[in-house]
Design a protein around this ligand. Structure first.
Ligand code: 4AZ
Length: 258
């Protein structure tokens, strides 16, 4: 039952997106939109590695022709030409959006709905945008993280036309366990959010997108993949992210096979 609930928590995005389509944000002149939840609008070019996937998930360019996303955003592994990746824009309706089809999907080996929530999507053509390097050690798995996505700006709300961003602090495994108990896989998952207040978080449709920070050289580095959580931005319930450093070698090996 826990598995089923977790699967529902993770997968609600796909159906929600299919039904809801895009809910358009007001123009820049009106009230500031809450992106993600509790976020603000990203500037064009600020996070050039961000990708929107047509099933209603986020992703990041791991290589010019490979998107890193969440395992729960895909159906399995193999040839797959059904996914469209949109990149190069914060506005999904921009005429300058770059849209590329998938050719293959690789879901994390052993993925069964608990942990291991990563997948790779190979693209039919490379996308001419900077890639996002992934953390290969735990060195950056703390501090303040940036989240971004086109997902819901409120729990149960619509998907966004414009990319939203926010910062969230690291939450220890111990504190995260207090929220999620044995549902959390501490070696494979990393938590972030304002536990005492809530208010800022990823939400439905942000799944698969990156959580990232600056490294010691000032470059963006991906430490997490949006995975799941109890609702969005609730006090006491941080967001749960795939711990990228745990899977860095497996991701590199898998990418080499695509
Ligand atoms: C989702 O359904 C989802 N608050 C993503 C992130 C979080 C909750 C749900 C974390 O895609």
């Amino acid at each position: 039952m826990k598995q089923l609930l977790r699967a529902l928590k993770r997968c609600s995005v796909v159906a929600a997106v299919a039904l809801a389509g895009l809910s358009l944000q007001p123009s820049a002149a009106s009230a500031a939109p809450a992106p993600v939840v509790g976020g603000t609008r990203a500037a064009q070019g600020e996070f050039p590695f961000m990708v929107r996937l047509s099933m209603g998930c986020g992703g990041a360019l791991y290589a010019p022709n490979i998107v890193l996303t969440a395992a729960h955003c895909v159906n399995g592994s193999g040839n797959n030409t059904s996914i469209t990746a949109t990149a190069g824009v914060v506005d999904l309706q921009s005429a300058s959006a770059v849209k590329v089809k998938s050719t293959k999907v690789l879901q994390a080996p052993g993925y069964n709905g608990k942990g291991k929530d990563w997948a790779l999507i190979k693209l039919a053509q490379p996308i001419d945008q900077p890639t996002l390097k992934i953390a290969t050690t735990t060195a950056y798995n703390t501090g303040t993280f940036t989240i971004a996505g086109w997902g819901a700006a409120t729990e149960g709300g619509g998907q966004q036309r414009y990319l939203l961003k926010a910062n969230v602090p690291y939450v220890s495994d111990t504190a995260c366990r207090q929220a999620y108990g044995s549902d959390l896989v501490p070696a494979e998952e990393l938590c972030a959010g304002y536990v005492s207040t809530g208010g800022t978080d990823t939400c439905q449709g942000d799944s698969g997108g990156p959580m990232f920070r600056k490294d010691n050289a000032g470059a963006w580095i991906q430490v997490g993949i949006v995975s799941w959580g109890e609702g969005c931005a609730r006090a006491g319930y941080p967001g749960v992210y795939t711990e990228v450093s745990t899977f860095a070698s497996a991701i590199a090996s898998a990418a080499a096979t695509l």
